[in-house]
Design a protein around this ligand. Structure first.
Ligand code: SAH
Length: 254
């Protein structure tokens, strides 16, 4: 009997930002895999079972989920934000590619979610109103010099940048180095948005300039958006500033 495997993005944390499609997929599944804090966000029925695992065991979790689906169960793998953005959907595809017999026969589906970058951008205004790109600053799965080369290329080409996985206890210096590189390329006044735990009770938003931005303004739950040379800040009395990137551009000066 062939089961199903659905990878579900739960959104950044606010239950209102979990899509109806994701809710329906959660209701339909029998077994759940994912990092503990994401599983904790689910309200499951008594006959639905959770299989928690450590955040760094993505491929072994993907294999376990695949095996269970191949045995006929309706398996859901949950991620925060969008399941395809630095998350489980790619790990499952890797597991399917490596296990062609059972992996390619199950019903596999990815249900999208609101990724952290979009929730942070919405809080700040419209910093992603023009071209942007997204970089994970984690050098667990790629060498640091690749990250540096991508930062230089993207900032130099005028993209707004969104950073995921900006800093952790195991990766303490990378964000400071990323700011250093960007200061060589972009004006000091470029806006930098720190969006922490957006949509959760401990949400915190801050806007700095690139000249002032410090790595200790971020932690693992922070998504950082660094503007382009054209990104603007509108100060407002008694309200947080609005940060936006105009929809049109001439030829950027840098
Ligand atoms: N799949 C997730 C990203 C997982 S990578 C998504 O689409 O959002 C983990 C990183 O996501 C964190 O280090 C942080 O940079 C970002 N992140 C996840 N949830 C967040 C939230 N609620 N607020 C701000 N950043 C968040």
């Amino acid at each position: 009997m062939t089961g199903s495997l659905t990878v579900i993005g739960l959104g950044p944390g606010n239950p209102d930002q979990t899509t109806p499609e994701a809710r329906a997929a959660i209701e339909a599944a029998s077994d759940f895999f994912g990092y503990g804090p994401y599983l904790d966000r689910l309200e499951l029925a008594p006959d639905q079972t959770c299989h928690a695992s450590d955040n760094r065991e993505e491929l072994s979790r993907a294999r376990a989920a695949l095996e269970m689906a191949a045995s006929g169960r309706s398996v859901a793998v949950v991620s925060g934000g969008d399941a395809g953005v630095f998350a489980m959907a790619a790990a499952i595809c890797e597991a399917i590619e490596q296990d062609p017999i059972s992996g390619r026969e199950i019903d596999f589906r990815v249900v999208p979610g609101i990724t952290a970058m979009l929730a942070v951008a919405a809080r700040a205004g419209a910093p992603l109103g023009h071209d942007f790109c997204t970089v994970s600053l984690s050098d667990n799965l790629k060498p640091w010099d690749v990250i540096e080369a991508r930062l230089r290329a993207a900032a130099g080409a005028g993209f707004v940048l969104a950073f995921y996985n900006p800093i952790s206890r195991a990766r303490p210096w990378q964000l400071g180095r990323a700011f250093e590189i960007l200061r060589e390329i972009l004006p000091e006044a470029t806006p930098v948005i720190f969006g922490r735990a957006v949509g959760r009770a401990d949400e915190h938003m801050a806007v700095a300039t690139l000249g002032e931005a410090r790595p200790d303004q971020a932690d693992m739950a922070t998504c950082i958006i660094v503007g382009s040379a054209e990104t603007r800040v509108i100060e407002r009395k008694g309200r947080a500033p609005l940060v936006y990137s105009p929809r049109s551009t001439g030829r950027p000066a840098i």
